[in-house]
Design a protein around this ligand. Structure first.
Ligand SMILES: C[S@@+](CC[C@H](N)C(=O)[O-])C[C@H]1O[C@@H](n2cnc3c(N)ncnc32)[C@H](O)[C@@H]1O
Length: 257
């Protein structure tokens, strides 16, 4: 049997690592790294720094790196693109399980944020286990998600008293509008500044953050009407400077008196 540990590492601050995650890191023989290209090389460095910092000195471990498959997210229907991407990732992980770890060893996958939130690693490992070509056991160790990192940095709550929250993508928010059943919407994976569509609605506040948890963190909050343009400009400049951006935001409907 080979064991895979899917370890949530938080969103860029090594101090997001939980004690459970640190204990898991110290069980790993080989870390599987998916290289997403030069611009995001810093995310690999962060993973290596986390290992150097939290794995007990003298413990042997190694890295096995594969190029992440690339699919243009605009090249077809969104779900079909993600399914294709995940099939390719599954094939790569199966290859690594076969080639880069011995029977009885433990591999670690260091997943950004929390592995249960907009991440397919758990689904892929479940599919590999079900396919039966490799005898694997897998465990999941939770991490601090971008959602929790953002609310903590803005010193706000995710929900208002007794109310539900919707967690969604920019694309779905654009399609469906602000949902009627909640006053709080957390938006991820938004490449299109979708919040701007709602800037005419003076009942909305926004809590926005980019690179949350990292030294490059940027936070802006306020009445959406007042700060939407500032966010759009800040976002464009940051994306240009870094070559990539990771940002998310909470939109909240408030009663103004
Ligand atoms: C593929 S999802 C992965 C989410 C991750 N599993 C989590 O728990 O946050 C990537 C999206 O998460 C959000 N995100 C991740 N890290 C972030 C960060 N440090 N700052 C702001 N948003 C972040 C962004 O909306 C980004 O597009």
């Amino acid at each position: 049997m080979k064991t895979i540990l899917i370890i949530g590492i938080g969103t860029g601050n090594p101090e997001h690592l939980t004690l459970q995650a640190v204990a898991a890191l110290n069980r790993v023989d080989v870390f599987f790294i998916m290289d997403k290209g030069e611009a995001k090389g810093g995310m690999i460095d962060l993973r290596k720094d986390i290992c150097a910092r939290f794995i007990t000195a003298g413990r042997n471990y190694r890295f096995a790196t594969a190029q992440s498959p690339h699919w243009d997210r605009h090249s077809g229907a969104y779900n079909a693109v993600i399914d294709g991407l995940n099939r390719d990732k599954q094939a790569i992980f199966e290859q690594m399980i076969a080639d880069d770890m011995a029977e009885g060893e433990t591999a670690g996958l260091l997943v950004w944020g929390d592995p249960s939130l907009y991440d397919s690693t758990i689904r892929i490992m479940a599919d590999i286990a079900a396919a039966g070509r490799h005898a694997i056991a897998y465990e999941v160790i939770p991490g601090i998600s971008s959602l929790h990192a953002l609310t903590a940095q803005h010193r706000t709550t995710l929900n208002t008293v007794g109310q539900p929250v919707e967690i969604t993508t920019g694309r779905r928010l654009a399609e469906g509008g602000f949902p009627a059943h909640t006053d709080s919407v957390f938006v991820m994976l938004d490449g299109d500044d979708t919040y701007r569509r709602f800037a005419g609605d003076d009942s909305l506040d926004i809590y926005w953050g980019a690179y949350i948890g990292s030294p490059d963190e940027i936070l802006i909050s306020g009445r959406l009407q007042d700060v939407a343009e500032q966010i759009a400009q800040t976002r464009a400049a940051a994306r240009q400077a870094h070559g990539w951006i990771m940002d998310s935001y909470l939109l909240r409907r408030v009663r103004r008196t």
